[in-house]
Design a binder for this molecule. Structure first.
Ligand code: MN
Length: 231
């Protein structure tokens, strides 16, 4: 087939213990999925899970051992970090029951849902879409994907983020309001999941701003940690 210009390259994330890469289809994100983070954002109680998306090419791949560069985005004066466990879908489907969700998971990675908080808050206030606050270029850093069988007991993993060596966020995946399986059930009722979909499952409390020069390190037990310097 001839195209009128060269198509964009497929966004691909390395897979731990393999030379293979995981081709990214879509990026889904869960809002307010840890109670203490919901509280710090001014909400409380168990609400139905809700979702937003980022473009696949918002991914910034951080290879094992590398400190990547994260360009400080335009238009914001309040760029926030949100460390998140990312679920990588290997087998798609619609209306997947929570009990069957594990069979659809290829693996897991550490990710950051970078947020232009000032723009997101302004959009919230006006009842407008969050895209400008959440779906900007380079807004989805991610480390290599660890296949599920090698990831250990991910439901009980610790999740944390440091800036300049100082702890900002620390929690455990067991505190997710909606579990990974429940998230997959809800998501697949709204969209047909496809191999290559990434799900950013939500951030614990402690979100805060970074500025150029800051180095973030983010970890989930059993997965490749990631390091990025904001420039
Ligand atoms: Mn988030």
């Amino acid at each position: 087939m001839n195209y009128v210009f060269t198509p964009s390259p497929v966004t691909a994330v390395p897979v731990m213990g393999s030379a293979d890469h995981f081709p990214v289809h879509r990026i889904y994100c869960v809002g307010r999925n840890y109670e203490e983070h919901a509280k710090e954002m001014g909400f409380s109680g168990r609400e139905a899970p809700f979702f937003f998306m980022k473009p696949a090419d918002a991914v910034v791949v951080i290879h094992p051992g590398e400190t990547a560069t994260l360009p400080y985005p335009s238009l914001t004066k309040n760029l926030h970090h949100e460390v998140e466990l990312v679920v990588a879908i290997g087998t798609g489907g619609r209306n997947i029951a929570a009990a069957d969700a594990a069979g659809h998971i290829f693996g897991y990675a550490v990710g950051l849902d970078m947020t232009r908080r000032d723009l997101q808050n302004e959009m919230k206030k006006q009842g407008r879409p969050w895209s400008i606050g959440k779906g900007f270029d380079h807004s989805a850093p991610i480390g290599a994907i660890t296949p599920a069988a090698a990831a250990g007991d991910i439901a009980r993993a610790e999740i944390s983020l440091e800036v300049g060596g100082k702890q900002r966020q620390r929690s455990t995946v067991s505190k997710l309001i909606w579990t990974i399986a429940e998230v997959i059930e809800h998501l697949s009722a709204a969209w047909e999941l496809q191999p290559g979909d990434l799900i950013y499952t939500g951030t614990p409390e402690g979100v805060a701003a970074v500025v150029p020069g800051d180095t973030m390190t983010a970890s989930v037990t059993g997965l490749q940690s990631i390091a990025l310097t904001v420039r």
